[in-house]
Design a protein around this ligand. Structure first.
Ligand code: XMP
Length: 509
């Protein structure tokens, strides 16, 4: 099943989307940067060339050697890929004279071409390019045009090489998925066997082989990725997987106990470690958000290192790394510069010298959820909102005390439980409460109060990169505000955050 489809990345913002669409067809694919074409490229069943922010005419543009692919493996060249093929193989690419950005409609489609099976004329496609293909490459046969773009799609006669100027991977190309299916299933004869069930079977077998009788340690966070990774490993190696779930004292109300119970019910070999006091102590007097993150990161490493030493003979460290993190680290633009700087301070802790096992490193987030569901993990756990590693520490603005954590946990609990009761929880991507470092005047009964202000935040998003505030029902907000002020001692005012990201961020720190 491996080596099904190769996506060669030329740096387009849409490359990951191509992979998503291919996976939606139940076909496995991998993204590789254009300058690192895998040695075994001929074993792939199809290759897709991505778009790129470059012009093919620029000297520093990607100009890879495709001789191991062309004519040997079916190839679909998208946008930049289509221009690249034309420019270097006898065609002509020039700056376009008309606007070629946004929606367009196919005006002419050549008859009886498999690539366009079940796609009708007038189908909407998405264009995004400033160069245009004036002349097709040698042996090129035009397959489709739009009003403004004569050579919107072509193939090379005598080869299974296809090229399209538009982006089939974006939602606005209404038949884009059909086109990808035509290319991959009908033309390239790739089988649609990449299902969660097949993934679980294959991964469990691989893990058994990779790990054998050795011992693995894994840090559980209560989140989806580490949980699914743990369940997969547990299926493969049983109690040789040692899970550690650390309470940093900055989790949601009751979360440590309830999630720990859930883990035990799932049959995981898990040890709960309550280090709340150690974290609070490390955070004493610290207000700077980055400083908080560093302290929490370092303290976690210390706690985890201590615990890992308790397990004799452990040789592997498992991580819940998922595909977007992997792509980021091998991307055309190189690894991100922001990788955990504090890990380099004072040498590596012992557990970091272990061999790494990452069973989810080829999955997107929604696939992780599907795999989790396939293995019978509680849907409530799989549907949990994202929660930041530093937890409530970055939602308590300013310094952190046990009392502030208590207040925020109560407020957050009322808000989140309310969302669930009102069937709003699943409509929101992420929600939480923020404790502000200001007090305001209020009046309760005959008494003047001077207490804390909390902000509520609920956003919709797909990946956290951009987000918008959710227009929650006013009646819900009103009831939630009343409950918070009546029940949580120390809070006399509730506000609702109506900022989008950008320019704001989701978290306040
Ligand atoms: P921002 O605030 O950057 O948040 O808009 C985007 C997403 O990232 C989460 N977030 C973090 N997650 N450690 C984490 O594990 C952090 O330091 C951190 N800061 C923000 C945030 O909750 C949101 O989902």
């Amino acid at each position: 099943m491996q080596n099904n489809v190769l996506i060669l990345d030329f740096g387009s913002q849409y490359t990951q989307l191509i992979a998503r669409r291919v996976r939606e067809l139940n076909i496995y694919c991998e993204i590789h940067p254009f300058h690192k074409i895998p040695e075994n490229v001929s074993e792939f069943k199809a290759v897709i060339l991505s778009g790129s922010p470059f012009s093919v005419r620029a000297e520093d543009a990607p100009h890879p050697d495709l001789s191991k692919i062309r004519g040997k493996v079916p190839m679909l060249a998208v946008c930049y890929g289509a221009q690249y093929l034309a420019h270097f193989h006898g065609g002509k690419v020039e700056p376009s004279e008309t606007r070629e950005y946004g929606r367009a409609n196919l005006s002419v489609i050549k008859d009886a071409e498999m690539l366009f099976d079940d796609i009708t004329e007038n189908s909407q496609v998405w264009m995004s390019h400033s160069d245009t293909i004036k002349e097709l490459p040698k042996n090129g046969v035009r397959l489709a045009s739009t009003h403004d773009v004569l050579n919107a799609a072509y193939r090379i006669d005598g080869e299974e090489t296809y090229a399209i100027q538009f982006h089939p991977e974006v939602y606005h190309s209404t038949d884009g998925k059909q086109l990808l299916e035509n290319f991959l299933v009908k033309i390239s004869k790739v089988e649609q066997e990449w299902t969660p069930e097949a993934f679980v079977d294959m991964t469990v077998a691989d893990l058994k082989q990779q790990i054998g009788n050795e011992k693995v340690v894994l840090g559980l966070s209560g989140g989806v990725d580490s949980t699914v990774a743990a369940v997969l490993l547990n299926k493969a190696i049983g109690d040789n997987l040692y899970c550690i779930f650390v309470n940093n004292g900055l989790l949601r109300k009751n979360e440590f106990d309830s999630v720990l119970d859930q883990y035990k019910d799932m049959g995981l070999n898990v040890k709960g470690v309550d280090s709340s006091a150690r974290f609070l102590d490390a955070l004493k007097g610290i207000s700077d958000p980055e400083e908080k993150r560093k302290k929490i990161g370092n303290t976690f490493i210390e706690v985890f290192d201590d615990e890992a030493h308790e397990i004799t003979g452990v040789t592997f460290l498992a991580q819940g790394t998922i595909y977007p993190d992997v792509i980021e680290s091998i991307s055309v633009n190189g690894p991100s510069a922001t990788i955990k700087s504090h890990h380099n301070v004072g040498g590596l802790p012992d557990f970091m010298k272990l061999k790494i096992v990452e069973p989810l490193r080829m999955l997107f987030k929604d696939e992780v959820r599907r795999v989790g569901a396939e293995m019978g993990i509680d849907p409530e756990l799989l549907g949990r909102h994202p929660f930041p590693g530093p937890g409530l520490a970055i939602r308590i603005l300013g310094d952190i005390t046990a009392e502030k954590v208590r207040v925020l946990q109560e407020v957050d609990h009322i808000f989140i439980q309310g969302l669930k009761d009102w069937m709003l929880y699943d409509k929101v991507w992420q929600a939480g409460a923020i404790l502000l470092p200001v007090s305001s005047v209020g009046v309760m009964g005959d008494e003047r109060t001077y207490e804390k202000v909390v902000a509520l935040r609920a956003v919709e998003s797909t990946d956290g990169m951009t987000a918008d505030w959710v227009d929650l029902p006013h009646e819900f907000l009103q009831k939630t505000s009343n409950t918070i002020i009546n029940r949580v001692k120390g809070v006399n005012r509730v506000v609702y955050d109506i900022s989008s990201k950008p320019p704001a961020t989701i978290e306040w720190e």
